[in-house]
Design a protein around this ligand. Sequence first.
Ligand SMILES: NC(=O)C1=CN([C@@H]2O[C@H](COP(=O)(O)OP(=O)(O)OC[C@H]3O[C@@H](n4cnc5c(N)ncnc54)[C@H](OP(=O)(O)O)[C@@H]3O)[C@@H](O)[C@H]2O)C=CC1
Ligand SMILES: CC(C)CCC[C@@H](C)[C@H]1CC=C2C3=C(CC[C@@]21C)[C@@]1(C)CC[C@H](O)C[C@@H]1CC3
Length: 621
Amino acid sequence: MMPSLKYQKGETVMGRWPGSSLYYEVKVLGFDLKSQLYTVIYKDGTELELREQDLKSTSGFQARSRSRSRSPGRRRSRSRSPGRTTRRSSSRTAAAVAAAAITDNAASSRRETRLRDVEVTLSPLQPTKTPENNGNNRHEKNEDKLKVENNTANKINESEKKVEAEPEKIQGRYNLRRRKDDGDAKSDEAKVEHPEEKEAKKAAGATFATPLDFGGKIGAYFWLLFLPAWVLFLVLHVNQEDPSLATFPPPLPPLDVFWDAQALSFIILWILFQALLYVTPVGKLSEGMPLRSGERLKYRTNGFFAIVVSAVAVAAAVHYGVDLTYIYSHFLQLATGSFLISFVLSIFLYVYSRYAAPEQLALGGNSGNVVYDFFKGHELNPRIKNFDLKFFCEMRPGLIGWCLINFAMALAEMKKQGLDAPSNSMILVNLFQLLYVVDGLWNEEAILTTMDLMHDGFGFMLAFGDLVWVPFTYTMQAYYLVSHPSPLSVPALTAIVILKLVGFYIFRKSNSEKNAFRRNPSDPKLSYLKTIPTATGKSLLVSGWWGMVRHPNYLGDLLMALAWSLPCGFSHLLPWYYMIYFIILLVHRDSRDMVECRRKYGLAWDEYCRTVRYRIIPHVY
Ligand SMILES: NC(=O)C1=CN([C@@H]2O[C@H](COP(=O)(O)OP(=O)(O)OC[C@H]3O[C@@H](n4cnc5c(N)ncnc54)[C@H](OP(=O)(O)O)[C@@H]3O)[C@@H](O)[C@H]2O)C=CC1
Ligand SMILES: CC(C)CCC[C@@H](C)[C@H]1CC=C2C3=C(CC[C@@]21C)[C@@]1(C)CC[C@H](O)C[C@@H]1CC3
């Protein structure tokens, strides 16, 4: 139930398209008491937040709109006058495209093309006088945006000609009132909360959730059981002399074999050591993307420092006689210990999230179903003071632990096979995966614009993924090589190295391009890139790496995954597990992202998908 309001949830009303005098049919999705804004959805799927004065009831509107039905035509002809070369005339928006599609479906194609040129007035970028906009945050953001607009004005005018020539490709930028999930400012005034506001906010907050994925509520039960069982299967399977389908399923050891207090204490020590490095005031404090509250969290991005110190500590331990092959011989017990920690952490996270404000919850983990929300992650960025639990777990213990385990496997291989040095295959797997992790930590800031950090809540899925899945399944190739030697010829080795480098180049360049663009869309270094504006105020890259396929970073990642499996040969399926899992993961992530982006960007996203037709592999998929 929404509080007593002029327009109710589910009601169909007419909503003004921001910055224009055009009204379209919208459905009310919710109301945010603090910002006094209605969340509405247009027929094309675009969600925006509007003030009450921008909404009208359909009945009153229809009478007026009929009498003024010719005005859009007048506006169009004016906007196309050759003398008009100002920013105003060049500001064709996705809004206009959306409007055209919604209002004129039945019209001829010529008329449709002309409708694409409907002008949306560029409103001056001044803070609106709602209470939350008085906050400094909002003010600064608008100023920043003004700079963006001014810097890109020339670009827009230049691109004008292209728009005329290619009406399908929409260029230009514009200002719209940002929707909630792209950042609204939070004023100090707004922070004072009355009990009745809290109740109303709870009601409004309940509307901020996205459709369920991963098989919904039943799926959540399945994954909670399946994921640990799968790790157990892999760990037991890789330990066999012949890890083939012929020996499936591997025999289950007695229950007491799983438990080892020492292994658990090593895991706890490792996590505490990484936590200590994380809070060490070394390295940059980076800003995350704006949250729904408008806030931008700060993250200590000292991951590279953490891996260097960890490497020195591990080298010192080996030097002083610590036998790292313990990791190989107690792999199952270490995995069990990590699983227990991830489970306890997930329970803590869920309980902790019950005390979080509605705007701090993850849209995807706010279904109201305890098991689903526990699995998907209820709270977006759980923090204890400045300690960000999600960021820490994703980037430190598991990721650096992955390299430590790989290194231990190289030592175990030497011991088991009686070698003076690790095999070529083991060296390749170690170096390739080390490069992947070091690169991730060196470019740690770029993680802040990924799906996990921006959209996914922190719950069992990520806690387990970060602390168990990554260190104990991503190390399968190295574990396999310990007792299954796979000699490599020089040409094969060279080809694999080239494949890895090509994959890495695509992965790094595309991730950095998107990250740089999201952080500063007016960066002169990116001025050659074409963009599609969207109703949220953000644009989508439509040339460069992101014009090649919709997920160039996944393509690079998959090529690298191939290079990690190839050194293990083709005798068994097990070392190919990562490759197979990764294809499934990335295809699923791509479709999750498609749904999310379609919801966020509406027709602009459709336009992007029409322009960039392939998802991950050019001309194939
Ligand atoms: N090794 C592993 O296990 C895993 C590795 N990865 C890797 O991590 C990296 C991050 O992946 P992930 O978070 O899934 O996805 P992305 O980094 O690709 O992030 C997707 C987001 O990018 C933005 N975006 C999409 N298209 C465009 C565009 N054309 N222009 C500008 N922005 C766009 C959208 O967010 P918005 O518009 O809101 O900014 C979208 O939600 C990838 O390289 C991936 O390969 C991922 C998962 C697992
Ligand atoms: C248990 C589930 C089935 C899947 C869990 C998925 C997680 C293991 C991955 C989700 C996104 C991840 C990313 C990375 C590691 C794996 C997880 C946590 C990176 C940090 C790896 C290094 C890259 O440079 C960036 C990646 C971002 C996403």
